[in-house]
Ligand binder design. Structure first.
Ligand code: HEM
Length: 409
């Protein structure tokens, strides 16, 4: 038998990872990659790792060092130093402290209250896109719409930023988020991530300063105020968290929208089904999240020894939990390789599980629902050019860099 090792940079795998996921689920469900980490692909195994408190984030520098040689100073890189402080990368009690603050702004009730404004933004941006039809839907709608929702949430009003600045912020997040990937970054990629992180930090530090001087009823002010009490959030914690929240708030959602539109374009029967019964919209969003998850995987470090599927995981070992593979596990879902918007009983693992379960899940689902409702009601003749669509070529954050769409058909 030829030796196989999971490689998140293999171009063939990046184009279509699902056959590799199937092979791993069937023959090597807890796989030891030559890159030095374990890879979990079955639903039950991924879930059990994510909800197990004995799997945490562990030693950040050591985990990143795995991809570089010993002389590489992880925390001397501003982009990795930032990542080491983001609460998704931390264990309790530090994780809990910041998460509680952010989660308070994203409760189901708060998110529901945002719905009319989100609809207004979706309508306005679709209308804008329709004016110059046949543009790149990813840059000209999919990124803009959730970015504007995040700006609203953070209380960044129009007038406080220009369209050019928004595009720069989008680009800065896209350039820094490769630090999440499970691989070494090329020197020029890392240099770009570092300088873009400095730009983002300056931008958000400045925003906090303004809210400190002129408090308002928004999340930015709430975070600044939370920094006034005894259990203060430091200036560094403030900008770290808000950059994480801002980026997480649109990077994955933008590609949920793009991937969803591609799936509907590629599956005309499912598009017709939704067109004929828009009440299926929530199930359609769930199916988009399951079938082509815009965040393919997350990882954990063993804090205690564990045995999974017969493999002994030692303390300090890293496990890559590929939620996109779990979402296609036939042990858990009926007919998982089919994109089918009929409601399914089983929930996908796209938003993770356990203490790091996505705090923005309700918001992301609502944005998906409102986007589809507006698209199907305002532009029922839309067309998607699936043939010319180009993927962005990243493993962790899966989506298109170019997707041509005509709203007027
Ligand atoms: C389709 C869209 C989205 C997907 C697929 C997604 C996926 C995920 C996943 C899998 C995790 C868990 C990571 C882990 O366990 O290591 C996570 C965490 C997180 N997500 Fe999302 N997310 C989405 C949208 C959002 C939005 C809209 C926001 C903010 C408004 C957001 C903010 C966060 C934050 C702050 C965390 C860290 C939570 C923690 O560590 O406690 N996400 N997300």
């Amino acid at each position: 038998m030829t030796h196989f090792s999971f490689n998140p940079m293999d171009p063939e795998m990046l184009q279509d990872p699902y056959p590799t996921f199937q092979k791993l689920r069937d023959t090597d469900p807890i796989h030891r990659s030559d890159l030095g980490f374990w890879v979990a692909t079955r639903y039950e195994d991924c879930r059990s790792v994510l909800i197990d408190k004995e799997f945490g984030q562990g030693d950040f520098s050591k985990n990143i060092q795995l991809f570089y040689d010993d002389s590489f100073d992880v925390l001397a890189q501003p982009a990795y130093a930032w990542l080491s402080r983001v609460f998704v990368m931390q264990d309790p009690p530090q994780h809990t402290r910041v998460r509680d603050l952010v989660a308070g702004a994203l409760t189901h009730k708060r998110v529901r209250e945002m719905a009319p404004r989100i609809r207004q933004l979706a309508r306005q941006q679709l209308h804008q896109f329709a004016k110059s039809d046949d543009g790149n839907f990813i840059t000209d709608f999919a990124y803009l719409f959730p970015t504007l929702v995040m700006c609203d949430m953070l209380g960044m009003e129009e007038g406080e930023f220009s369209w050019e600045l928004l595009a720069e912020l989008n680009q800065a997040v896209a350039d820094t988020f490769p630090v999440f990937e499970t691989r070494a970054l090329a020197p020029e990629e890392l240099a770009l991530a570092n300088s873009q992180m400095e730009f983002l930090t300056e931008f958000f530090d400045d925003l906090f300063q303004r809210r400190k001087k002129n408090p308002r009823d928004d999340l930015t002010t709430a975070m600044v105020k939370a920094g006034d009490g005894g259990d203060a959030l430091t200036k560094e914690e403030l900008s770290t968290s808000v950059i994480g929240l801002f980026g997480a708030g649109f990077e994955t959602t933008a590609h949920m929208i793009g991937n969803g539109l591609f799936c509907l374009g590629d599956n005309p029967d499912q598009r017709r089904k939704l067109q004929g019964n828009i009440d299926l919209v929530d199930a359609a969003v769930e199916e988009i999240l399951r079938y082509e998850s815009s965040l393919q995987a997350t990882y954990r470090t063993a804090l205690e020894p564990r045995e999974i599927a017969g493999q002994k995981i030692e303390v300090g070992d890293r496990v890559l939990t590929i939620v996109a593979a779990a979402n296609r596990d036939e042990r858990h879902f009926d007919n998982p390789e089919a994109f089918d918007i009929s409601p399914r009983e089983q929930k996908p693992l796209t938003f993770g599980g356990g203490i790091h379960y996505c705090v923005g899940a309700a918001l992301a689902r609502l944005e998906g629902r409102i986007f589809l409702e507006e698209l199907f009601s305002q532009y029922p003749n839309f067309s998607v050019d699936v043939e010319s669509a180009r993927l962005r070529g990243a493993f962790l954050f899966r989506g298109y860099q170019d997707l041509r769409v005509q709203l007027r058909g």
